[in-house]
Ligand binder design. Structure first.
Ligand code: TYD
Length: 131
């Protein structure tokens, strides 16, 4: 599966709405880890790296932020601002999270547990890894 915005189920209810994600159904991987980014001060960004193997799915559970994805040729910007869709990011994609709104909350589901060796933190190394 390529980079893709995924619409998640939305159960509208007068008591409050509900959305959910199931592995291998709404996202093409088994979830090994969930982490979240919050309390981002104005002007800061997160990420700016790629993963050799790890795949991710990012949801703006609250507030908004932009995800910039680079595939080695082009950069694309995805604005996330609703809790009922998310962005699927395959392995070997350079990604940066920026422009966090006040009180924004980014949920990231990952296909692998945390492994520093899986990170590519240098953009030139990333371009080499794509070859
Ligand atoms: P990192 O993914 O490098 O964040 P960013 O790219 O936004 O700067 O994570 C920052 C630190 O947090 C990293 O050095 C180690 C730690 N960390 C974990 O221990 N487990 C995790 O699942 C993640 C995502 C990070």
């Amino acid at each position: 599966m390529k980079v893709q915005l995924v619409d998640l189920p939305k159960i509208l209810d007068l008591r409050g709405n509900l959305s959910f994600i199931e592995e291998m159904k709404h996202i093409p991987f088994e979830i090994k880890r969930a982490y979240w980014i919050y309390d981002v001060p104005g002007g800061e960004f997160r990420g700016s790296h790629a993963f050799r193997k790890n795949e991710e799915f990012i949801v703006a559970l609250s507030g908004s932020f932009d995800v910039f994805l680079h595939d080695g040729n082009d950069e694309k910007k995805f604005s996330l601002n609703r809790s009922y869709y998310g962005l699927y990011i395959p392995k070997l994609t350079w990604r940066k999270l920026d422009n966090f709104s006040t009180n924004s909350l980014a949920l990231i589901l990952s296909s692998s547990v945390y492994e520093e060796n899986d990170y590519i933190r240098d953009f030139d190394q990333f371009l080499l890894a794509l070859k």
